[in-house]
Design a protein around this ligand. Structure first.
Ligand code: ADP
Ligand code: MG
Ligand code: ZN
Length: 199
């Protein structure tokens, strides 16, 4: 992938959790480094699953990253990280506010190759901002699939489990620190509890 040579551009890597987004991001970073490009790697402050200052894949690989405040105008701090790298990677983009869209546009306009990775659906199966906007404005989009944990078919959805049971549709979209877990599931196996929870 590299048809554009005279300007920057945006690449989005999306799909469900466990679909290999971070692995693919790290693969592209390794290749950029081999090619002698300067790289800048950013991760949201909310995501401390693999330690505070790295991005990490479920398969165990990691890369040093600068932690950025993901809320409000926080993503604009990425623009203040000088010198601006030739290749800029942003993982877990779904945790960032919509200010990230403008940040990516500014970086690409300025000549950087911007690689953004994040899940495109909430646990309800709805579009998860800012990924939909990023996917629309990007030059390149790859949507990856995981393996459905129930039936083994390609999975594109995030199944949230609270104490092992499917989550309720009314639960908040971002629920950090709760006794929750996630599985990758296909459309058929994805379960969302609706209706009043005290029925
Ligand atoms: P993402 O960033 O999309 O959440 P990662 O790149 O961190 O994904 O991890 C992908 C890796 O997760 C796979 O290579 C595999 O080793 C592991 N994995 C665990 N569960 C699954 C699953 N249900 N489907 C696919 N890969 C899985
Ligand atoms: Mg990831
Ligand atoms: Zn399934």
């Amino acid at each position: 992938m590299h048809a554009i040579t005279r300007s920057g551009w945006i690449e989005v890597i999306s799909g469900s959790m466990f679909s290999g987004k971070t692995e693919e991001l790290l693969r592209r970073l390794r290749r950029a480094e081999i090619a002698g490009r300067s790289v800048g790697v950013f991760t949201p402050a909310v995501d401390d699953r693999y330690g505070e200052t790295t991005i990490g894949s479920h398969a165990g690989r990691q890369w040093e990253a600068t932690v950025v405040d993901n809320e409000g105008e926080g993503p604009r701090d990425i623009l203040d990280d000088r010198p601006i790298a030739e290749v800029i990677a942003i993982d877990e983009a779904n945790f960032f506010s919509n200010a990230l869209v403008d940040v990516c546009e500014t970086l690409a306009d300025g000549g950087s190759r911007v690689i953004v990775s994040g899940t495109d659906q909430t646990f309800r199966g709805e579009p998860f901002e800012p990924l939909p906007q990023l996917m629309a404005t990007a030059e390149y989009v790859d949507k990856l699939q995981a393996v459905c944990s129930e039936c083994g078919e390609p999975a594109s959805r995030n199944q949230r489990l609270i104490d092992g049971a499917p989550a309720h549709a009314d639960d908040p979209t971002i629920l950090v620190g709760a006794a929750e877990s996630y599985e990758a599931r296909c459309r058929d196996c994805h379960v969302l509890v609706t209706g009043r929870s005290d029925d």
